[in-house]
Design a protein around this ligand. Structure first.
Ligand code: KG4
Ligand code: ZN
Length: 336
């Protein structure tokens, strides 16, 4: 069963073809136009999606030697994300569905990230404590089975990816900043400075990341440019340490509280090397299994959307042609 996946929720235009758990093609075009603005400009993102959609669909199909008629159906992100960006992918999928008679299914982008992890695993056991960490979201979810989720907690302000991006901007590292901080931190001392960790005692599975970026801003205020440059690796390492420690501690706490032995991470920040190593070490000591996604399936891509969509399509589920986009779509479980 082949599925064509389409992802246009933010600034990556991506189209993939998968067959069950195998990725046959996964084309990702990261829009360069936003770099000069230090963040994604929604209007420009939509325009770029329109321009890129057709050529990328053609390439994704060509790479597999398949045509649209070989697909069982299409899977497309319909939220959360930028409304104008989502509309491009969703309307394209609707058009193809109408023209070919193939079913399409709307996929929640966060559910896509979860399946970006599962795509990397040969076998999985449920239940799983899932930490989903991206540029727009930070949440802990208990996944009881395929397509069954319970939200345990989320960020009340910034997402952790946002903390990486905003921190990197303050340090003059460009956008997106997560990979740059990760790279520089590898040569730095994580104990160089003690940035704050928001434990939120009354909200054990909640997160708050706005204070971390503010703490960096305050820290940098009285430092000279020369000092910052000569200690850049250390500053990145200390900042990353604070961001990651909370993620690791809360994920392990959730696994212990619910007595679950499987934990997993997903989303762009799941590519972070410190997070991957630290969580693996902690889990190893506690005899828990960690499912790590391949780095290429952490950041936005259409293979993860196709993989999530496949779970619905194989159950005979499809979306109506009236499906709308939902910029703040919540993770939902299928009915029992
Ligand atoms: O999942 P994603 O591609 O897009 C959203 O759905 O938001 O995540 C992008 C986020 C950005 O904030 C980026 O800085 C962060 O993931 N990111 C990383 C790393 N690679 C990407 N953060 C920390 N370390 C990384 N290696
Ligand atoms: Zn994403």
């Amino acid at each position: 069963m082949k599925v064509l996946g389409i992802e246009t929720s933010c600034d990556e235009t991506s189209v993939a073809v998968i067959e069950e758990n195998s990725v046959l093609s996964n084309i990702i075009s990261s829009q360069e136009v936003h770099a000069q603005f230090g963040g994604v400009v929604p209007e420009l993102a939509s325009r770029a999606h329109i321009r890129l959609m057709m050529p990328i669909v053609k390439r994704a199909l060509q790479e597999t030697g398949a045509t649209i008629t070989d697909m069982q159906g299409l899977a497309v992100t319909y939220g959360p994300g930028l409304v104008g960006a989502l509309l491009v992918g969703l309307n394209f999928a609707k058009g193809v569905s109408q023209a070919t008679g193939k079913p399409f299914i709307g996929v929640n982008h966060m559910e896509g990230h979860i399946y970006g992890n599962l795509l990397s695993q040969k076998t999985v056991n449920f239940p799983i404590i899932f930490l989903i960490v991206s540029g727009g979201h930070t949440m802990l979810v208990k996944m009881d089975d395929h397509l069954k989720y319970k939200l345990l907690g989320r960020t009340r302000d910034d997402a952790v990816g946002e903390a990486f991006d905003k921190g990197a901007k303050l340090l003059g590292l460009g956008y997106p900043g997560g990979p740059a901080i990760d790279r520089l931190a590898a040569e730095g001392d994580p104990d160089f400075f003690n940035f704050p960790r928001a434990h939120l005692k009354n909200d054990p599975f909640g997160f708050s990341y706005s204070g971390l970026k503010t703490a960096l801003l305050v820290y940098l205020k009285d430092k000279t440019e020369a000092y910052i440059q000569s200690n850049l690796n250390h500053i990145c390492a200390a900042y990353q340490q604070a961001a990651v420690e909370i993620l690791v501690k809360k994920t392990i706490l959730a696994a212990r509280k619910f007595n679950i032995r499987q934990i997993a991470i997903a989303g762009g920040v799941a590519a972070n090397s410190r997070l991957r190593k630290w969580l693996s070490e902690e889990a190893g000591q506690k005899n828990m299994k960690v499912y790590l996604p391949e780095p290429k399936y952490c950041t936005d891509n259409a293979a993860m959307i196709a993989r999530a969509g496949y779970e619905y399509l194989k159950r005979g589920m499809e979306s109506p042609n009236t499906l709308n986009t939902y910029p703040a779509l919540e993770l939902q479980s299928i009915a029992d």
